[in-house]
Design a binder for this molecule. Structure first.
Ligand SMILES: [Zn+2]
Length: 439
């Protein structure tokens, strides 16, 4: 993607590596960052993109999305998922393998990459299945998928219950130096549950899933990471106990990384009290103490990144009794303002937050992204941190409308997105411009 020259001028450039936020211009040449310098010093005669009043960050990365294609295009397609990503400020997404057919072969990986090329916007990185058909019985064609372009393997949506298979996955992926991404849920402990186990579940008369359903699997897989030397990435951490185990594993030098989703950072099991099926997800929303532990883990680096687990469903799959509703919510278009709220709430500072959405996830999957260092691909997100808006699922670019954040007042929004030096998304900025001239 060559985009000639472009200079993003007058914004506050957030550098997640240096941990700084300073007024600067970003010059882009031939799809790469050419220079970052004090305002007015690097632009030359390049066309400019006005970023005054905005934050300029490396393009945001979401390493956990479900794009539903092939097979469930009524929920989402690669094209609509890419549009949702751009609207949310994401320039790169990694998509899970639980499509139909499952992404367990090089042919399906190639199909997804071809769809992404046609969609032309955000970069799409397929994740292959650990096991054939996600059946948890024998390893998928990981080598073949790796040649086709996968960046990791996961049976996400399902746990890998067979510890022997998990061991082989961690051993075999060492050949390609890619992570095994795990959805930690012991089916025997979690089976039949639909929300967090505890007094709220008792009160609501719903069957619970104990924190231990996740934690026994985290403990097992940390042990297997130690045994094999493989790379383990734990998806959507949800309990305080899991955070403690990941912290300990990292302290011991194991190759273990973890993510947390915006919903697990903002909502508790109380959201289920109205039987709102948009509060149903796997792992379930947990307790206030769990939310606090996740936030602490995100701030201190135990949790490497925020990932949305964007999971679009058709309204009919959510418009049923709580027990029978599909798991998951859409996340791409609400993640950024929620993440910014963590800064205003004092959980972590802005450069650290940006790191958890750029360089952090880039490192987990070894993506060539997440930094504005000269020479890096010119993927940039321009954020108006003052922009006020109200969540309305009807206006999502995603086909999914399943959000628990409907009606929330948000502050902050991506107003322009640059991928490979090209402006691929730009929002109307009149309101903000008017506010600025009035102030
Ligand atoms: Zn999952």
């Amino acid at each position: 993607m060559s985009g000639g020259r472009l200079c993003i001028t007058g914004g506050t450039v957030v550098d997640p590596v240096a941990g700084t936020a300073t007024l600067a211009d970003v010059l882009i040449e031939d799809g790469r960052v050419a220079a970052v310098g004090a305002p007015g010093t690097v632009a030359g005669d390049a066309p400019s993109l006005d970023a005054r009043g905005c934050l300029v960050t490396p393009g945001l990365i979401d390493i956990h999305v479900h794009l539903r294609e092939p097979g469930q295009e009524y929920k989402e397609t690669v094209a609509t998922g890419v549009q949702a990503a751009l609207a949310g400020g994401f320039t790169s997404v990694a998509c899970m393998a639980n499509t139909n057919p499952v992404n367990d072969s090089g042919a399906v990986t190639q199909f997804i990459l071809d769809r992404a090329k046609v969609a032309a916007g955000a970069r799409v990185y397929p994740i292959g299945a650990v096991s054939v058909g996600l059946a948890g019985e024998r390893l998928a064609e990981i080598g073949e998928m790796h040649r086709a372009g996968i960046v990791g393997v996961s049976d996400d949506g399902r746990p890998v219950m067979d510890a022997g298979l998990m061991r082989r996955a961690l051993e075999y992926t060492r050949l390609f130096d890619i992570p095994v991404i795990v959805h930690e849920e012991d089916c025997g402990l979690g089976g039949g549950g639909c929300m967090n186990e505890g007094t709220t579940a008792l009160r609501l008369g719903l069957r619970g899933i104990p924190a231990a359903a996740e934690e026994v699997m985290v403990a097992r897989d940390v042990a297997l990471a130690e045994l094999t030397g493989g790379r383990l990435h734990i998806a959507h951490l949800s309990t305080a106990g899991s955070v403690a185990m990941v912290r300990d594993a990292k302290a011991r030098g194991l190759r273990v990384t973890a993510e947390a989703s915006p919903h697990h950072l903002f909502l508790t099991e109380e959201a289920v009290a109205s039987y709102d099926t948009n509060a149903k997800m796997a792992p379930p929303l947990r307790s206030r103490a769990d939310v606090d532990a996740l936030r602490k883990g995100l701030a201190d680096g135990t949790i490497d990144c925020i990932a949305t687990d964007h999971a679009p469903h058709h309204v009919d799959e959510k418009d049923v009794e709580f027990e029978h509703a599909a798991n998951g919510i859409v996340g791409l278009e609400t993640a950024l303002p929620l993440a910014l709220r963590l800064v205003t709430e004092g959980v972590l500072d802005l450069p650290t937050l940006v790191a958890r959405m750029t360089i952090g996830p880039a490192h987990i999957l070894d993506l060539p992204a997440g930094t504005l260092t000269p020479g890096a691909p010119a993927d940039v997100t321009i954020v108006d941190p003052e922009r006020r808006w109200k969540v309305s699922a009807r206006s999502f670019r995603s086909k999914g409308r399943n959000t628990p954040f409907e009606g929330w007042d948000m502050v902050g929004r991506a107003v322009a997105v640059v991928v490979g030096g090209k402006v691929v998304h730009e929002e109307e900025r009149q309101v903000t411009a008017a506010l600025r001239s009035a102030s």
